[in-house]
Design a protein around this ligand. Structure first.
Ligand SMILES: [Zn+2]
Length: 198
């Protein structure tokens, strides 16, 4: 039986390591990329290569092109209010609401016991240090309104208690289970305005 050329096998293997991509989808994506003009495939390759150079901002862990990100560098943003999100995409969703003028902290995921993700896998240590050292007065927990997001918020509330910072949680404007990044702008700004103490 003829074998696939090695570069094709390597591509399929790389695709299969992506979340939610099984053998069939990997094949579909690979053949789609390689049929016809190769411009799309090369553009994707270049975009991945460039994005892979991004490094986490040393302050907030948002992906940055080296050093502190533009939000952490912006003196007009209130450093005393920190909004904690799961992913860089969630940060962008809140940023788009235009409602928030503080800073952020990207956890890099959420505590998910069933997936084997514990608190040590997230940037919780640096968050606690930041709240203590930079005299943060309010921490807004903007983890997703689903069981793991709520569990993460509960964990953080406890962990933040000794710092004395006020801890708030986004109001349930976002219907339970809706992902932060899919919530629309108006809903997110309502949820921010109506945030409540935990
Ligand atoms: Zn930053």
């Amino acid at each position: 039986m003829p074998e696939l050329p090695e570069p094709m096998t390597a591509l399929l293997e790389a695709l299969r390591r992506l979340p939610g991509v099984g053998r069939r989808s990997a094949e579909r994506i690979a053949f789609h990329l390689l049929k016809g003009p190769k411009m799309d495939a090369l553009e994707l390759a270049r975009a991945v290569e460039r994005a892979a150079q991004l490094t986490p901002c040393p302050e907030c862990f948002q992906l940055s092109e080296g050093g502190p990100c533009p939000i952490c560098r912006d003196p007009a943003r209130d450093a005393a209010v920190v909004c904690v999100v799961e992913t860089p995409m969630d940060l962008l969703a809140i940023e788009k609401s235009g409602e928030f003028r503080g800073r952020y902290h990207v956890l890099g995921g959420r505590i998910a016991p069933l997936d084997g993700v514990g608190p040590e896998a997230l940037t919780i240590g640096p968050l606690l240090r930041r709240v203590r050292e930079q005299k943060v007065s309010e921490v807004i927990l903007a983890t997703n309104p689903d069981p793991d997001g709520d569990g993460t918020a509960m964990f953080l509330t406890k962990a933040l208690e000794p710092t004395g910072a006020k801890v708030t949680r986004l109001a349930r404007g976002i219907s339970s289970g809706a992902l932060m990044e899919q919530a629309n702008r108006g809903v997110l700004s309502d949820a921010l305005r109506a945030r409540r103490a935990v």
